[in-house]
Design a protein around this ligand. Structure first.
Ligand SMILES: [Zn+2]
Length: 121
């Protein structure tokens, strides 16, 4: 909570109700707009990375099933930190997906690239 009792937007001391967070509705909406803008920017950024990752996988995997070296993904600026979902097979293999394009880490920095199969969802 706002322990020092100042407006969360402009920082002016607050008077009145203890649960008040803003001096007026203008400060409230300014604050919320900034909050939404930051969230939207973050989501846009993440969506861009995911789409880019998906494109890289699709480009390297025109046949729907192939094997590539990590270097090939890195050259295309693939970002391993972002994926849309994970699929674990019965024998413990973990596929990482960016939408319909997925990869499975293999030995020695190789990756199997796959296209989404119906069993994924
Ligand atoms: Zn204020």
């Amino acid at each position: 909570m706002n322990r020092d009792r100042t407006c969360m937007e402009c920082g002016k001391p607050l008077k009145g109700r203890v649960d008040k967070k803003f001096c007026n509705s203008e400060c409230r909406s300014t604050y919320n707009n900034h909050l939404n803008r930051n969230t939207n920017n973050l989501m846009r950024k993440v969506n861009r990375i995911l789409r880019k990752n998906r494109r890289v996988l699709a480009e390297l995997n025109p046949s729907g099933k192939t094997k590539v070296h990590k270097r090939q993904l890195q050259q295309k600026k693939f970002d391993f930190s972002y994926f849309t979902n994970v699929y674990r097979t019965k024998n413990g293999n973990v596929y990482y997906f960016c939408y319909d394009q997925g990869y499975l880490p293999l030995e020695k920095d190789f990756y199997a690239l796959v296209e989404r199969q119906d069993y994924v969802y």
